[in-house]
Design a protein around this ligand. Structure first.
Ligand code: 5CA
Length: 449
């Protein structure tokens, strides 16, 4: 049996530089815990290296985003990080973008830039090959690093300068079809965040440097959030959409969007206090801080016109395509999930994005019975493809418990000499804190369930 060793690791050999002290520079809990749990290390202001534990979470979040994009019918490609300035001159954004854009010259003194977003490049790719309305609709996305020279990079990966983003771009013949594309992304986003254990509320939003006149930000509520937001309480109680959402039916998708947009929800820039008071009963008014984990835009022909992305319609006339763009802050979400899911002892990962499912703790390394039992459990979990981190370090129990709580794996399996004498191990649920002693088989099936 081949075991994927990245999914079953021994802490004594794993690269996990945890910190005992709370780092001075970290102002918010997710940043503190990410540094303390050895998930990331700052390379320079707003730029991070992802260490093995953090990298696993980043990849899990990325994969959920990818699966839900694919489910909605979007197609993945990969564009480069470095772009030529020429396209940005054509769209007019080369000057507009200002100091946030990192500008670079190559050896021939050609102006290049590290992409802060990709509207221009994707429009050029599209324009080079699509000519007819028959080839529409299209929705293309990639998951790629971006760079924005933020005035105030802060809060760790939440507002970085280099950050990982999923950006999708839709192309349609007319505004009505463009609306359908927008709605599909809207619904795909609801599922994406819910799968990560998050309640993200779509809120009417400003479009900023991307442009356009229809836009929603997806916001998770957290005291440390950078945005001030206002919404109807009931939006926070809406159910999660099932996997069987029919993306082929424009009416069904519109129905979901209508349901989610019928109640008041707006970011600070779009907030209208008198409307809020008129539409939302006092006891249902939520005014809170939030983290923007996604942002979707519809901007018609803002890029297709200057960049020549035109198709012939069924009457043989040439028209610019109607476009939207749809971003998810993949690296920001790692911090966002921690802001939403933690306690005083550390991170409490939702199972879907946890770096490992189980933390196996050997309380007495060197004790023959403990070592053997742990080796057996470890092998069993690995064979079942249950991701496991085995704390086989020669450390005090207290250190192991606090490290495991900090790392926040959903389940802990605690094996000690006393329990083994009675044929039991202890299972702890990180979220509820419940601890139960039971036979090994019962423990394994509890974890599997
Ligand atoms: N082109 C559009 C949509 S693809 C776009 O760039 N939208 S955006 O500017 O709103 O960015 C999309 C998402 O990236 C945001 O919702 C946010 O979650 C994330 N993001 C933006 N700036 C940063 C940053 N400095 N650090 C981390 N994440 C960021």
């Amino acid at each position: 049996m081949n075991i994927d060793t990245s999914n079953a690791v021994r802490l004594s050999q794993y690269f996990l530089p945890t910190l005992k002290e709370t780092p001075q520079e970290a102002q918010i809990v997710s940043h503190r815990y990410m540094l303390r749990a050895g998930m990331v290390r700052q390379a320079s202001a707003g730029i991070y290296s992802w260490l093995p534990l953090g990298f696993r979470v980043l990849k899990k979040i990325e994969q959920i985003v990818r699966e839900e994009q694919n489910r909605s019918g979007a197609q993945e490609l990969l564009m480069p990080t470095i772009q030529s300035a020429d396209l940005w001159r054509q769209s007019g954004r080369y000057d507009d973008y200002g100091k946030e854009m990192l500008r670079i010259q190559d050896r021939h003194d050609r102006d290049m830039l590290y992409g802060p977003t990709n509207e221009e490049l994707i429009t050029e790719i599209f324009a080079a090959s699509v000519r007819s309305y028959r080839d529409l609709p299209q929705n293309l996305y990639h998951i790629q690093w971006k760079f924005r020279d933020e005035v105030r990079p802060r809060f760790g990966v939440m507002r970085g300068r280099e950050f990982y983003m999923k950006d999708a771009y839709s192309f349609d013949l007319d505004a009505e079809a463009g609306r359908v594309a927008y709605n599909k992304m809207f619904v795909a986003y609801l599922r994406t965040y819910a799968r990560m254990g998050l309640k993200a509320v779509p809120m009417r939003a400003e479009t900023g440097p991307i442009g356009g006149d229809m836009s929603h930000e997806f916001i998770i509520l957290a005291d440390t959030g950078e945005s001030e937001v206002f919404c109807h309480q009931e939006l926070l109680d809406y159910d999660i959409l099932g996997e069987n959402v029919d993306f082929g039916s424009a009416e069904t998708i519109q129905g979901y969007v209508d349901r989610w947009t019928s109640l008041y929800a707006a970011t600070d820039e779009m907030h209208d206090p008198s409307r809020f008071e008129a539409e939302v009963p006092e006891d249902k008014r939520v005014s809170a801080r939030g983290i923007e984990v996604g942002h979707i835009f519809f901007f018609g022909d803002k890029y297709s016109k200057p960049l020549g992305a035109v198709v012939t319609n069924s009457e043989g006339q040439e028209v610019p395509v109607q476009m939207g763009s749809y971003g998810v802050g993949v690296s920001r979400l790692v911090g966002g999930v921690i802001e939403a899911c933690h306690d005083d002892d550390g991170i409490v990962w939702p199972e879907a994005v946890a770096p490992f499912k189980v933390g196996l703790i050997n309380l007495r390394v060197g004790d023959e019975a403990c070592d053997k039992a742990c080796a057996d459990i470890y092998a069993k979990l690995a064979e079942n493809e249950t991701e496991v981190m085995y704390d086989d370090r020669d450390e005090r129990a207290g250190v192991k418990f606090s490290d495991m709580d900090l790392i926040g794996l959903p389940w802990q399996l605690i094996v000690g000499p006393r329990g083994l004498k009675n044929g039991v191990v202890e299972v702890k649920n990180r979220k509820t804190g419940e601890r139960d002693e039971m036979s090994l088989d019962a423990a394994l099936s509890r974890i599997a369930g």
